[in-house]
Every structure is written in C-alpha cells, then in structure tokens.
Design a protein around this ligand. Structure first.
Ligand code: SAM
Length: 243
C-alpha cells in the first residue's frame, strides 16, 4: 500500500489529468485511502479485485467510476446492477453525497463487503442488497429508480433486460462499456425497443494516467415507455435467447 502522502499525490494527479478534480476534496481523498486499505485487506480473504496495485486501483477503478459520477444528475436515486466489489457504487457514494445508490449483486460475500465498506467510511447514501436483477425487477423496486448503471456485467442485449425494468419512465440506463460498445449497441437496438428503452447517445471516454490510456464509452439509454410485464424473463432465457 502507498503511504497517505503518496496516495494523495497519485489520486489528485490522475483526477486532474482527466478533468475530474472538481469532484475531489481532502475528505474524499481520505475516504478513498481508507477504502483502498480495506479492499486490499479483504482481498486477501476472498477475491474482490484482480487489480491490487494502488496506482492502478486509483486509475482503473476510482477515476473510471468518477467519469460516471461526474455525469449523474443532482439528487438522483440510482441502482448499480452487478456492483461486485462496489464499482461504481462506492466511488459514486464517496464523490456524490447528493446521490443515493443501491448496489445489487447475486453474490452475498461481495454485497456484505460493500455494506461493510460503506459503514466503515460513514457513507449513509450507499447500501447494497443481495439480489438478482431480473428477480429484483419483479418486486416493488420495479420502475422506481431514476438511473440504472452497470459496469462489466454482461453484453448490452442481456444487460438491457436486467436494467431497464428497474428504471422509471423518464429515467435512464447508463452502461459503462468497453471497446465493443458500438458492436453491442447495434445488436441491442431491437431489445431496447421491446423493453421501453430508446438509445440516446454514446459518449466516448478516454481515461489517461500519463502512461496508459483506456477507452470506456458510456452508453445512455432513455426509458421512454413502461417495460411490458413479460420482462425481465428468467435468467436462463435472457442469456440463452437475448432479445
Ligand atoms: N461492477 C463491478 C465492477 O465493475 O468491478 C463487478 C463486475 S463483475 C465482472 C460482474 C458482477 O455482476 C458479479 O459480481 C456478478 O455476481 C454480478 N451479476 C451478474 N449477473 C447478475 C444478475 N443477474 N443480477 C445481479 N448481479 C449479477
């Protein structure tokens, strides 16, 4: 682990290089420091992240999630589908105290970790729940969120069926995608229409730490009409026969 001074210098440097400094404060840097310590400690007990170099954690996890946090509307109520070890759930919670974020994941260990981290950091705007997205959407949580997000969960056709049923009409689904974003999008247009979604835009994001650049486009989908009650289907069907 880096010492506090070096950590502060790296995170402020990376955020500055990517025009994200306006989101940071001394207190938030301290929260990221404590989160990194806790994550690396817990990572020795069970697998949370393959990235264990704090410099890379800052760049590939925190700054990456900050690009989304910077674009979320004020006061939004968000569900992060497949939050895993809390990405983007925890960085959003730290960087945007005005936003409430619920992370859902099917793996109880990861959800417990996210709740422990939120408690340790005193993040009252973050909560995580053990749930499968397709089942969660059949509860009162259906169409109750302003925004659904997901990072590194599944291909867009599948993800749209997991995410759009949770978003209220007028809200949006923002997918953090990789290099295949355009390809996935072209295959998902039909699914979006069937689920009450409407493609709004792809925003290319190039994140750089001075030596490396990673591309992580954001795909914005509006929830234009209610999702038919037939969706989401059971996961076996969603994955075997994506819309
Ligand atoms: N979003 C995190 C990140 O960017 O580091 C985790 C990504 S991890 C590759 C995918 C996560 O999605 C896993 O933790 C998995 O348990 C969860 N997941 C996959 N399908 C899901 C579903 N239908 N409902 C809830 N969680 C799901």
């Amino acid at each position: 682990m880096l010492d506090n001074k070096e950590f502060t210098s790296v995170i402020t440097g990376v955020f500055a290089k990517n025009s994200l400094s306006f989101l940071l404060s001394r207190e938030k840097v301290e929260l990221f420091y404590r989160l990194t310590e806790f994550m690396l400690e817990q990572n020795q007990l069970f697998n949370l992240t393959a990235i264990t170099d704090p410099r890379k954690i800052i760049f590939l996890h925190y700054a990456d999630c900050a690009t989304l946090a910077a674009r979320l509307p004020k006061g939004a109520k968000i569900v992060d589908i497949g939050c895993g070890a809390g990405f983007p759930t925890l960085p959003i919670g730290i960087l945007r105290p005005d936003i409430t974020v619920l992370g859902i994941d099917s793996t109880a260990k990861k959800v417990n970790y996210v709740n422990q981290a939120a408690q340790l950091l005193g993040l009252t705007n973050v909560r995580a729940e053990v749930a499968r997205a397709e089942e969660f959407a059949q509860t009162s949580a259906r169409e109750s969120f302003d925004i659904a997000t997901a990072r590194a969960v599944s291909e867009l056709r599948v993800l749209a069926e997991l995410a759009l049923p949770l978003v209220r009409v007028g809200g949006s689904f923002i997918a953090m995608k990789g290099k295949n974003a355009e390809f996935e999008l072209s295959g998902a247009k039909r699914a979006l229409a069937m689920l009450g979604g409407k493609f709004k835009k792809t925003e290319p994001i190039a994140l750089c730490d001075g030596t490396e650049t990673v591309e992580h486009p954001l795909i914005y989908i509006e929830k234009s009409t209610k999702t038919p009650t037939a969706y989401p289907r059971a996961y076996a069907q969603i994955s075997k026969k994506p819309l």
